[in-house]
Design a protein around this ligand. Structure first.
Ligand code: G3P
Ligand code: MG
Length: 246
């Protein structure tokens, strides 16, 4: 599948992770205020099967102490404060459900790269649950979300249950089989890490018609260089810095 739209040059990582607590409603509002038109965020499942927007599989770093997302009900997760670790101004932020995030993005007019980040053993279930929320609730006013994952089983499940939504393959180090993987999963985009990225891969992916989004690019010079070299989008914690200087 080809991407049915042009990606914005700058996508806010986990909202605007350097400016507001990552993957929270306040973070998405801050990303919009800083001027991005799209955000990236991570989706995993609570123990009772609710797709929630959170990055780590454990709540220790961002939500008030240890606890595995996959072992807690959404009600238990929602009791946690997911903002005060970042700063007192954000006290009371919650780990949002995907449903709540979609509502907020609709209100803010923000498009999204939705990363499926399943706990071990839950790849298909996480993708199916997340895609079912997106299919039911995603507003017509926004471009369809771009579904990405490091997990190929999750991407295959997304392909089965929502073939109309574009998919992107996330990779830390570009593997030998990236061309086959993109073809097999009918992906529209490749999402390599900035670390050790070979621009020849960008050239080849672009020549073959794929979009390329690179994460996590926080240095404006590097962002300018990558965008100049044909990268479509950089995913950044500091969207204001990048937008101002590219
Ligand atoms: O989707 C880009 C980036 O978010 C992938 O890495 O660990 O920040 O989810 P991570
Ligand atoms: Mg992510």
């Amino acid at each position: 599948m080809r991407l049915p739209y042009t990606l914005p040059k700058v996508i806010g990582h986990r909202g605007a992770a350097g400016r507001a607590p990552e993957n929270t409603l306040a973070g998405f509002a801050e990303a919009a205020r800083l001027g991005v038109t799209w955000v990236e965020f991570d989706v995993m499942l609570s123990a009772d099967g609710v797709p929630v927007v959170h990055h780590d599989h454990d709540l220790a770093r961002t939500a008030g102490g240890p606890g595995r997302v996959a072992e807690l009900s959404y009600a238990e997760i929602a009791e946690r404060d997911a903002g005060s670790w970042f700063g007192p101004a954000f006290t009371g932020e919650r780990v949002p459900s995907l449903e709540a995030v979609v509502k907020e993005l609709a209100r803010l007019g923000l498009g999204a790269n939705v990363e499926i980040k399943p706990a071990p053993g839950l790849a298909t279930q996480t993708a199916v649950s997340a895609l079912s929320v997106l299919r039911a609730d995603w507003p017509d006013s926004l471009d369809p979300p771009l579904i990405s994952s490091f997990n190929r089983e999750a991407l295959a499940a997304a392909q089965d249950c929502a073939p109309e939504l574009p998919r992107g393959l996330l990779i830390e180090r570009v593997p030998e089989d990236w061309r086959d993987a993109l073809a097999r999963l009918d992906c529209a985009t490749l999402h390599p890490s900035r670390k050790g990225l070979d621009l020849a891969v960008v050239d080849e992916a672009k020549a073959a018609g794929f979009g390329v989004a690179v994460y996590t690019v926080n240095d404006p010079e590097e962002a300018r260089h990558l965008l100049g070299a044909g990268v479509d989008a950089v995913i950044t914690d500091l969207p204001d810095d990048i937008l101002e200087r590219i």
